[in-house]
Every structure is written in structure tokens, then in C-alpha cells.
Design a protein around this ligand. Structure first.
Ligand code: OXD
Ligand code: MN
Length: 608
């Protein structure tokens, strides 16, 4: 999609083209929320133009210097609306045990009463946009449909960048396809005479999911996963519930196609908790000669056994909502290229030339910056100029490393699954699971140090199974059982993908990262591919197979450092298992016995 600024109005299709159930829902929501007008979107360029005009006029968007960053805009959020709010995210299943102890549960009928009360007249003075979208290629057996109602033009425009917004979705719903209802209001009605603010939102926030009704209600926030409902709320929380019923997996995973110097390609799906470098991995430029990494997705993958019995994956999204700080020519040159234009930035700093800047883009902050809060930046203050969770929203089609298969309705065959976390100690650079069930145990016990992508104390280690802790729509114990069953299903028709665990973030005694990461992670990919091909032997350890060595050619890294990266410290692993056991214990009787068995077997191997 191309963003331009003009004076067109969004053309409205005839009402007969609209599915009755969608129209009824929209009418009901409009009657509840009392917007000034209702606009049906279909993802056109003229529609984007209109949304941009509206937001330039209201001050929500600032146009960047077209000579430096064509067709690009900066939004500044309210200081209180800068990240996902997990504490205000609810799974409202009928039975609290179906949400499980890792989710905030509330009774669905009580939650509906609360939300209806908040939503009453919440869109007064605003426009209600109806945004039909597909997750995945339209018409693919792996895709799903949804409709988001929103009173935020910023959200309506961002959805155009991030998912497939199309009027054809309405035709498919009219022909009987099921769809997910996504209601969103910023909760900031305008009464006569009120002057709007650039980033309307409400201090009261709810991101509520009704898994039995395939319905999402979001109130009070316009930021990221709180408000762009197809992403975390639909493609992970609601989709995980649908996936369990239908026998597939909705995962917080990047998806890449890797080609070896021999010209053979492999697909890797990798789950990492938020802000562990998934986007950088997805767009990696390998430092190892002859290797190529192409992008299929950077955040979410839907995995399903295909007609051939193999595990196949699609990226349900069509764009990136990436973390800007830390992105640079050194860490992710492809992203820097991709962001040449046609991009919406949120909460970055603004340069005196009218371009964006964020911490890590260059070593030194330029003079004359305006901070994400619109203030002159004082370099001596120690405060960042961009918010640590500042983002870019851009279509996948702009990605210079996009793989041709990204839009394949059949999906791509997954060769290996990788789990990772941000761990200063304990977890080695890479290891391979002994088998599928052991791999599920590794996924179930991922832990990571907290970053800025969600509220909470930075640096604190938390268990984040499968990197899905904030994103699972049902009981975590049932989810582990579902993963184990998927292994059984895949074994009937062939061989399930091999499973690996990685950790780029191990630190030395001085607190410095030992592993260079980024393009050098291709060295770990090489080991993984060598394992898939049966080309290298590995060392048996308590936690699985680890490398005898890693290709360090051309890298300033000594053998000692490699040993430190691969070290398995039995005492540290034992402590980690105790911590994992404590977490797993919170799942009570819903924890599959097999996970406990894997834990015990790891302990036994540790004593050998
Ligand atoms: C994200 C996240 O925004 O994981 O992708 O928090
Ligand atoms: Mn994510």
C-alpha cells in the first residue's frame, strides 16, 4: 500500500453488499457507542489518504520530511499509553479453569456488563470505522477472517499496513465463512465544544477476550497489541483456542527460509519472548558466506499439518509492527532499507530535518532532537529521546528480504522449530532436543529477562512458555498437552520437525554479551542445518545435544568464549529446573504428566 495525502473521501459500497450478521453487529455497536458516522473500510489507497488527512488535521500524525522519508508519518502517544498492558488483559471463558492460572480471568457476563457500560456513548463525536480483514492469504485453508470496529483512525490506518484489509472478506463472510468480532474504542467521547487531543485514550483499559464466542473487546488504549486486535488478541489468543479445537497451532514465532551454500532451502519457525530480536532474526543478513535468510514473518506463525501430513506454516499478518530502538545499519540493515518510506512511526524522536531517530540508530544522538513526547531533547538528562517501545508499522511487501513463498496459500513446510529467551546465564548458545516431547518440555520451560515491550520490571527473569505467556487464550497445561498431541499426529504421517533451543544473550563476568548475535547467528543456523542433514555429531548433555564446535571462521572470538557460550553448569541447570518446577506446579492437575516426566528425566541425566 502507498500512503499519500489528499482530500478524497472514503467511498462507501452499497449496503446490500454487507453480510447481515456483520451489519447487525455494527448497527448494535453503533447504537451503543453513538458515533457521529460509520465508515466501512476496504483497504484502498484513497481510504488511507482520507485517514491520513484526518490525522494530519487533528495532530495525531506529523508528516516526516518527504525528501528524507517519503510518505511517512510520526504519531506520539499519550505518555500513559505506550505498551501492551498485560494486567488489563482478560480471558473471559465460562469456566475459570479454561483460562488457567497464567491468565487474568473474569466472568464473561460480568465483563460484558462492565464493557457495555464503558462503551455506552464512548464514540460520541467520533467516526466508527468497520475494518474487514483476513489473517493469511485470502482463500487459503490456513486463513481466518475478522472484522474490527474502531473509533481510532490511527488504528484503522495501521491495520491497512499490518493485515490484509479487503472488501472481499465481507463477500466471504456473506458466503458463510466464520469470522471473529473485534470491538475497539479508545474510550474518549467528544461532547459539543470539546477539543480533541492528538492521542485520545482512557486511563481505564480493558483488553478482553471471549473465546467461546470468538469475540474481542478492547477499550481505553490505542497502542500496539492493545488496539491492533488482529495481532496478539486474534492471531494468538483467540486463534490458539480455535487451533486447539481444529488440531493446529497459533504461535508467537518468526518464520524464515534459509538457503545453504549448496542451494538447499529450509524453513525455521522460532519462538522468542517479546523484544528478543525476532525482527532482526527474521531479516538476518548472514555473516557466513554463501548463506541466505529470507523473511516469511517476524512475529506470528500458524502451523498446521498439511494434506501431505507435514507441518506447514503461514504468517497470518501482512506487515511489521517492529520495535524501532536498537534497529540500525549494523543490527538490521534490511529493516533500515525497508523503512525508506511508506511507514508509520510511533513514539520515535524527530530530528531537526524532519526525520525519525531512535536510540541505537547511530552512536551519538544528533543535535536538535524532539523527544517522543514532543519536547526538546536534553542530551545530558540521561533520558532516551525515543520511547524504548517506539515502533514502526510497515507492509511486508517493503521488506527487501521477503521470501516469494510468504503469500503461498498452502503455507511452507517447517523443518525445525527453535525456542529462545534472553538469559544472561545457564542456557547455552544452542542445543537440540532429544525428541519432540523433550522439545515440548524445552518450550514449556522457556524463561526470559523482561524488556520494554510490556509493562513490568526490566531485567526480571520470568517463565514464558513457548513465548506465549501473555498471548495464550486458554489453560497453559492444556496447551502443553495439545503440543504433545500434535507430535503424535505428526508422527503418524511422517517425522515432526526437530526442535532446538538458543540463547544469544549470555554475558561474561563483566556483564558483556559474549556472542555477537545478529548476522553471526547464521553460525548457529549452520549447526542446526548440519544437524538436520546428519552432518555433525553432537555432545550428549542433560539438556539435550550441544555442539562440539561452532564455525567461528572470520570472527574475533576465542575458544574460551565458545566454551563459555556452550557451558552447561549442572548447579545452574538444577536451580533452573527447581524454578521451572515451581512454575509448572502452578498449573496443578492440568499439567500433563509427560512434562513432569521430562523434568525428572533431565534431573536424572544431570546426576549421571
Ligand atoms: C510484540 C510483542 O509487540 O511481542 O510483538 O510484544
Ligand atoms: Mn511479539
Amino acid at each position: 500500500m502507498t500512503l499519500t495525502h489528499s482530500e478524497t473521501t472514503i467511498p462507501q459500497k452499497t449496503t446490500e453488499a454487507r453480510p447481515v450478521d456483520v451489519a447487525e453487529w455494527v448497527n448494535e455497536m453503533a447504537a451503543l457507542t453513538s458515533p457521529d458516522r460509520v465508515v466501512w473500510c476496504e483497504g484502498s489507497t484513497s481510504e488511507a489518504d482520507e485517514l491520513i488527512s484526518t490525522m494530519l488535521a487533528s495532530g495525531t500524525l506529523t508528516q516526516l520530511n518527504p525528501e528524507l522519508r517519503p510518505k511517512s508519518y510520526l504519531a506520539r502517544s499519550a505518555p500513559s499509553d505506550v505498551a501492551r498492558v498485560e494486567s488489563r488483559t482478560f480471558i473471559c471463558s465460562l469456566d475459570p479453569d479454561d483460562a488457567g492460572p497464567t491468565n487474568n480471568w473474569q466472568d464473561p457476563s460480568e465483563m460484558r456488563t462492565t464493557l457495555r457500560g464503558l462503551a455506552k456513548d464512548s464514540m460520541r463525536g467520533r467516526t466508527l470505522y468497520v475494518v474487514p480483514f483476513a489473517m493469511g492469504p485470502l482463500g487459503s485453508p490456513l486463513s481466518k477472517l475478522g472484522v474490527q470496529i474502531t473509533d481510532s483512525p490511527y488504528v484503522a490506518l495501521s491495520l491497512q499496513m499490518m493485515v490484509r484489509v479487503s472488501g472481499d472478506v465481507l463477500s466471504m463472510i456473506r458466503s458463510g465463512a466464520s469470522w471473529v468480532k473485534c470491538f475497539h474504542s479508545v474510550g474518549a467521547p467528544l461532547n459539543d465544544g470539546d477539543v480533541d487531543v492528538a492521542w485520545p485514550c482512557n486511563e481505564t483499559k480493558y483488553i478482553s477476550h471471549f473465546p467461546e464466542n470468538l469475540e474481542i473487546w478492547s477499550y481505553g488504549s490505542a497502542y500496539g497489541g492493545n488496539a491492533l486486535l488482529p495481532k496478539k488478541a486474534f492471531a494468538l489468543r483467540i486463534a490458539s483456542v480455535i487451533a486447539r479445537k481444529e488440531g493446529w497451532l497459533a504461535e508467537h514465532m518468526l518464520l524464515v527460509k534459509v538457503t545453504s551454500p549448496e542451494g538447499k532451502s529450509y524453513t525455521l519457525a522460532a519462538a522468542f519472548p517479546s523484544a528478543c530480536g525476532k525482527t532482526n532474526f527474521a531479516m538476518m543478513r548472514p555473516s557466513l558466506p554463501g548463506w541466505r535468510v529470507e523473511t516469511l514473518g517476524d512475529d506470528i506463525a500458524w502451523l498446521r499439518p498439511g494434506r501431505d501430513g507435514k507441518l506447514r506454516a503461514i504468517n497470518p499478518e501482512a506487515g511489521f509492527f517492529g520495535v524501532a530502538p536498537g534497529t540500525s545499519q549494523a543490527t538490521n540493515p534490511s529493516a533500515m532499507e525497508m523503512l525508506w518510506g511508506n511507514t508509520i512511526f510511533t513514539n520515535t524522536a524527530l530530528t531537526s530535518e524532519g526525520d525519525v531517530w531512535w536510540e541505537g540508530m547511530t552512536k551519538e544522538a544528533p543535535e536538535g532532537l524532539t523527544t517522543w513526547q514532543g519536547e526538546p531533547h536534553d542530551k545530558t538528562s540521561g533520558q532516551p529521546a525515543a520511547h524504548p517501545n517506539a515502533r514502526f508499522a510497515v507492509g511486508l511487501s517493503q521488506c527487501p528480504t521477503l521470501a516469494d513463498e510468504w503469500d503461498d496459500p498452502e503455507g511452507v513446510v517447517v523443518d525445525a522449530i527453535i525456542f529462545g529467551g534472553r538469559r544472561s546465564t545457564t542456557v547455552p548458545l544452542v542445543s537440540e532436543a532429544l525428541n519432540w516431547n523433550h522439545g515440548v518440555f524445552l518450550g514449556a520451560t522457556i524463561a526470559s529477562e523482561r524488556t520494554a515491550a510490556a509493562e513490568g520490571t526490566l531485567g526480571e527473569v520470568r517463565r514464558d512458555p513457548f513465548a506465549m505467556l501473555p498471548f495464550l487464550g486458554y489453560n497453559m497445561g492444556d496447551y502443553f498437552a495439545h503440543w504433545l498431541e500434535m507430535g503424535d499426529t505428526l508422527r503418524v504421517t511422517g517425522r515432526p520437525p526437530r526442535i532446538f533451543q538458543v540463547n544469544w544473550f549470555r554475558r561474561d563476568a563483566n556483564g558483556e554479551f559474549i556472542w555477537p548475535g545478529f548476522g553471526d547467528n547464521s553460525r548457529v543456523i549452520e549447526w542446526i542445518v548440519d544437524r538436520l542433514e546428519g552432518r555433525v555429531a553432537a555432545r550428549p548433555t542433560a539438556i539435550g545435544w550441544t555442539p562440539q564446535t561452532i564455525n567461528l571462521e572470520g570472527l574475533q572470538l576465542g575458544e574460551d568464549a565458545l566454551q563459555a557460550l556452550l557451558e552447561i553448569d549442572p548447579a545452574a541447570i538444577a536451580r533452573d529446573l527447581d524454578d521451572a518446577e515451581e512454575f509448572l506446579g502452578t498449573l496443578g492437575s492440568r499439567l500433563p504428566a509427560e512434562i513432569g516426566r521430562q523434568l525428572n528425566q533431565t534431573r536424572e541425566r544431570l546426576c549421571r
